[in-house]
Design a protein around this ligand. Structure first.
Ligand code: OSB
Ligand code: MG
Length: 369
């Protein structure tokens, strides 16, 4: 098939609650939404997960738009697309910029699944009918408030709770949460807020039976994580440091982690995500699907990917209503007792909510191929 048109929309959606991590607070969800039209009239959607500022990885909304407009969309012209895997081959001459690449590739997977007349999860090789999900909760103003917020989501049935930590918001907070919820599957995500100098603090977290500690050290490190992992009982989960299958292979060889958080955008697309999933499965390393506070299209892709077998641990894909008053898909993503039903209809299994997309669009540009 050939692509006729790519529409890039810049959306800004108010979030129900701000989200605070060790690197700052996000108030609104601003992102690029891609709509790709083929010559046969199939329409596919992809969501670019880059944020407005480069605090998670180096990509931003603007760098992605630049990469899309000046490099990635032009590559699509004159190309016959047989399979979404083709995209990663064409894009391989462009270094990184994984979130921009993944946005196109996600839309191609949507188109491909529609063409196959199968749900995306099946096309990716996933057989789960429902997936277990947890929730990632931002840093709260007080420990009392943090306990209250965690309690609310345990009540709602989420299968594990992830809380954010940073220096001076760590051991005491986790201790109090453990006292309040002794049995709940719990984990902590530091988003690279520590160094090996903080070994003492990180070692104290071993006491609380956490499922894992996510990305304690630098965003681009696997060596110090390997040193740290040898000093900790709690498994380390890598997030920011894993941008490719090669990174995963090196981290596992160095024993830098016991778990990997896979995010489609961070690794450059679903094809690379599946390669990492398969490699980790062969090495006995469980994976789970991370989140980027996605709107509905990104959430739909995450759900399909999580249907694969080695997504053994609950991911961060919470329900649409946790983040937004109104999502850009219908039906919205619904979480019941900590599970999401994997859609069984062709494509990503959710329809774009055109009215909502229109409402939240700040600007857009159409590229004729
Ligand atoms: O580190 O996993 C992270 C959100 C934005 C950037 C990075 C992270 C997160 C989350 C929230 O933890 C995941 C979500 O609810 O989508
Ligand atoms: Mg993380």
């Amino acid at each position: 098939m050939k692509i006729n048109q790519v529409i890039v929309r810049y959306l800004k959606m108010p979030m129900k609650h701000s989200f605070t991590t060790s690197f700052g607070t996000i108030q609104d969800k601003s992102f690029l939404l891609l709509e790709i039209l083929t010559e046969e009239g199939i329409v596919g959607f992809g969501e670019c997960v880059a944020f407005e500022a480069p605090w998670y990885t180096e990509e931003t909304v603007k760098t992605c738009w630049h990469m899309l407009e000046d490099f990635l969309i032009p590559i699509l012209s004159q190309k016959e697309i047989h399979h979404p895997n083709d995209a990663s081959k064409w894009f391989s001459g462009i270094r990184r910029n994984n979130m921009a690449k993944a946005a196109i590739e996600g839309a191609l997977w949507d188109i491909y699944a529609q063409k196959m007349n199968q749900p995306l999860a099946k096309v990716l090789g996933g057989n789960k009918e429902e997936i277990d999900v947890g929730i990632s909760l931002g840093i709260q103003p007080t420990i009392e408030k943090q306990i209250e917020v965690v309690g609310k989501y345990i009540e709602e049935g989420y299968k594990r709770i992830k809380v954010k930590i940073k220096p001076d918001w760590d051991v005491e907070v986790i201790r109090k949460l453990r006292e309040a919820f002794p049995k709940v599957p719990m984990m902590a995500d530091a988003n690279s807020a520590y160094t090996l100098k903080d070994l003492n603090i990180l070692k104290q977290l071993d006491e609380f039976d956490l499922m894992m500690i996510e990305q304690p050290l630098a965003y681009d490190d696997i060596v110090d994580h390997s040193i740290l992992q040898k000093q900790l009982k709690t498994p380390i989960c890598l997030d920011e440091s894993i941008l490719s299958l090669e990174d995963a292979r090196k981290a596992i060889e160095l024993e830098s982690c016991g778990v990997i958080n896979i995010k489609i955008g961070r690794v450059g697309g679903i094809s690379e995500a599946i390669k990492i999933h398969d490699y980790c499965e062969s090495k006995g390393i469980p994976v789970w699907c991370g989140g980027m506070l996605e709107a509905g299209i990104g959430r739909a892709h995450n759900i399909a990917l999580t249907a694969l077998s080695n997504f053994e641990m609950p991911g961060d894909t919470a329900g649409s209503n946790h983040y937004f008053e109104e999502d850009i898909i219908h039906p919205e993503v619904v979480v019941t007792n900590g599970t999401i039903q994997v859609p069984q209809t062709a494509g990503i299994g959710y329809e774009p909510n055109r009215k909502a997309i229109e409402k939240y669009t700040v600007s857009s540009k159409t590229y004729l191929i």
